[in-house]
Design a protein around this ligand. Structure first.
Ligand SMILES: CC(C)(COP(=O)(O)OP(=O)(O)OC[C@H]1O[C@@H](n2cnc3c(N)ncnc32)[C@H](O)[C@@H]1OP(=O)(O)O)[C@@H](O)C(=O)NCCC(=O)NCCS
Length: 300
C-alpha cells in the first residue's frame, strides 16, 4: 500500500538514486550529490536568488514498506510584483519523479500535491518548469515517458511550441583564424571574461555569443565539471550563412580550454532547430542529446 508523506532525511539516499537515474536519461554522466538535492528542498529565506518568487516549498514522498517509489516537489509562488506576471499567485509541481513501474505512486503523489495546492487557491498549476536543481534542464525529457503520461492522466497539457532539444558534444577544433568576412573581429566583453564575445565589423556588432563556462557551479556539481553551456548565439540576419557563427564559436574555444571546458551543451527551441540551428550544431560536431516537452500546466 503506497502512502504519501513529507520528505525526511531518511529518504535522501533513495531520492538521490531516483533523481540520478532520471538525470542519466537526460545527459549521460550527469549526477547530483545528496547535499545539492537536500539544499534544493529546503526554503532559504532571505536568499533572493533562490526563494524570491517562492512562498512555500514542499517535498512529498510516495513510500511502500520503506521503499521510496516516487517524489514530487511542490511550490507556491507569491503574488508580489517581483514575481513574473505569468507566475504570480500560481503553484507548480516543480518536478515529479517515480520508478516507471510505480504508477500508483505517481497517482498518489499528484493527488496529494493537488490537495496541498488547492488550499492555496492558485490561479494556475504549472508542472516541471523549474525541474531538478541542475543547469539547462527544464521540462519533461522524452526519456521520462512515464512522467509525461502521468501528467496527461492528471489533466496537465504541454504546449507544443515549447519543445526544446539539447545538443551536446566536445569542443570543436579551433580551425582557421582567418575570418570568413574580411575585417571581422572578435571582442571579449571585458566585464564578463570568457563569457560574452562580440563579432564586430568596423566597430559594428554583427553577432554575439555567450557561454556559461562552468556548469559545475564552482565544483558543487562535480559530475558536470568540464561542461559549458552555449547560452546564446545570434548573428544578425543579413549576415547569416557566411560562416560567421561557426567561426565565432571556434574563436572562443581557446578561452574555454583555458578554464577546463571539454564538453558543450546547447538548448535549442524546436523552432530554432528547424530553422537551421540544428544543422549548425551538427556541423560543429554536436548531436541531439534529448528532447524536452515544456510549458506544462493545468487549470487550478
Ligand atoms: C544559428 C546561427 C547562429 C548560425 O550562424 P551563421 O553565421 O548563419 O552560421 P554559419 O554560416 O557559420 O553556418 C552555416 C549553417 O548555419 C545554419 N544557418 C545558415 N543560415 C541560417 C539562418 N538564416 N537561420 C538559421 N540557421 C542558419 C545552417 O545550418 C548552415 O549550414 P548549411 O549551410 O549546411 O545549411 C544564426 O543563423 C542565428 O543567429 N540564428 C538565430 C539564433 C539561433 O538560432 N541561435 C541558436 C544558437 S546555436
Amino acid at each position: 500500500m503506497v502512502s504519501v508523506e513529507p520528505h525526511r532525511d531518511l529518504h535522501l539516499e533513495q531520492l538521490q538514486q531516483l533523481v540520478n537515474c532520471h538525470l542519466a536519461g537526460v545527459v549521460p554522466g550527469w549526477q547530483l550529490p545528496t547535499s545539492v538535492i537536500a539544499g534544493s528542498l529546503r526554503p532559504r529565506p532571505g536568499d533572493p536568488d533562490f526563494d524570491l518568487w517562492v512562498a512555500e516549498r514542499h517535498t512529498l514522498c510516495a513510500v511502500e514498506e520503506d521503499r521510496l517509489l516516487g517524489a514530487a516537489h511542490v511550490l507556491r509562488y507569491t503574488s508580489e510584483a517581483a514575481v513574473g506576471a505569468g507566475y504570480r499567485g500560481t503553484a507548480e509541481l516543480a518536478w515529479l519523479l517515480f520508478w516507471p513501474e510505480a504508477e500508483a505512486a505517481a497517482r498518489a503523489l499528484i493527488e496529494a500535491a493537488r490537495e496541498l495546492v488547492s488550499g492555496w487557491g492558485p490561479t494556475r498549476v504549472y508542472a516541471c518548469d523549474t525541474s531538478l536543481p541542475v543547469p539547462v534542464v527544464s521540462g519533461v525529457p522524452e526519456s521520462w515517458p512515464h512522467v509525461s503520461a502521468a501528467l496527461v492522466r492528471a489533466g496537465f497539457a504541454s504546449l507544443a511550441i515549447h519543445e526544446q532539444v539539447l545538443y551536446g558534444g566536445r569542443l570543436p577544433e579551433v580551425g582557421q583564424h582567418a575570418p570568413p568576412v574580411a575585417g571581422l573581429e572578435v571582442r571579449a566583453v571585458a566585464d564578463e571574461p570568457g563569457q560574452r564575445f562580440l563579432a564586430e565589423l568596423d566597430g559594428l556588432e554583427i553577432g554575439f555569443l555567450e557561454w556559461s563556462p562552468d556548469l559545475s557551479c564552482g565544483g558543487s556539481l562535480p559530475a558536470l565539471a568540464g561542461w559549458a553551456e552555449l547560452c546564446a548565439l545570434r548573428i544578425r540576419e543579413e549576415w547569416r550563412g557566411r560562416g560567421i557563427g561557426g567561426w565565432l564559436v571556434r574563436r572562443t574555444v581557446p578561452f574555454l580550454r583555458m578554464v577546463g571546458v571539454s564538453r558543450v551543451v546547447v538548448a535549442l527551441t524546436a523552432w530554432q532547430e528547424e530553422a537551421g540551428a540544428g544543422r549548425f550544431c551538427k556541423r560543429l560536431g554536436w548531436e541531439p542529446v534529448v528532447r524536452l516537452e515544456q510549458g506544462w500546466s493545468a487549470g487550478a
